[in-house]
Ligand binder design. Structure first.
Ligand code: COA
Length: 156
């Protein structure tokens, strides 16, 4: 059988849905940021692991933005899409949207870049297959990912 050389972002794109419950909110009924980031991390981990076909750990979470509050009862749609794979690490862009049960309008409430590292059986960084961007947006995200990686590496 021919070995798979690369995968498109669509092949690992992951959508996670949640409902905001009282336990997830502050006393004003607004979704807590930490709970939202936890859900985003799960969606991103599924995306990275689907791309890599390996166990992956979160190495960093960058540029987290909370743009609008979500309230008790809102439905959340969390979309995770890989932008680029490097040697053993991958960048995953996560967008979180909220919508009212009675409405159809989705509002972007948060976004962040997650970096995951694939591990081998010994828990060491392991190689991952490349991403093959297809759409214009995927190609743009792919090109910009290398810039974000080098800026981060310099900061470290
Ligand atoms: C992430 C981790 C595996 C990296 O291990 P390491 O021995 O430092 O790895 P290396 O220095 O060889 O780097 C391996 C890759 O990780 C990337 N990396 C390491 N630290 C990083 C960071 N803080 N942010 C982004 N990428 C990072 C490197 O750029 C490199 O990428 P590349 O192979 O694609 O070029 C290790 O730091 C770790 O286990 N951290 C804890 C992870 C964790 O517990 N997460 C929460 C639970 S899932």
């Amino acid at each position: 059988m021919k070995k798979l050389q690369s995968r498109t972002p669509s092949q690992s794109e992951t959508i996670k849905t949640e409902v905001v419950c009282p336990n997830d909110t502050n006393p004003m009924g607004i979704l807590q940021g930490g709970r939202l980031v936890e859900w985003m991390d799960i969606a991103a981990a599924v995306c990275a692991q689907t791309h890599a076909g390996k166990i992956c750990v979160t190495a960093s979470i960058d540029e987290v933005a909370f743009r609008h509050p979500a309230k008790i009862g809102d439905i959340l749609i969390i979309n995770a899409r890989i932008t680029r794979a490097f040697s053993s690490s991958m960048e995953v862009l996560v967008d979180a949207f909220a919508k009212k049960v009675t409405g159809t309008t989705k509002i972007l409430i948060s976004e962040a870049y997650f970096t995951f590292v694939a591990l081998d059986d010994m828990g060491h960084p392991a190689p991952v297959i490349p991403v093959k961007p297809v759409t214009a947006q995927q190609k743009k995200d792919y090109e910009e990912a290398i810039i974000r990686k080098s800026v981060k590496a310099k900061r470290r």
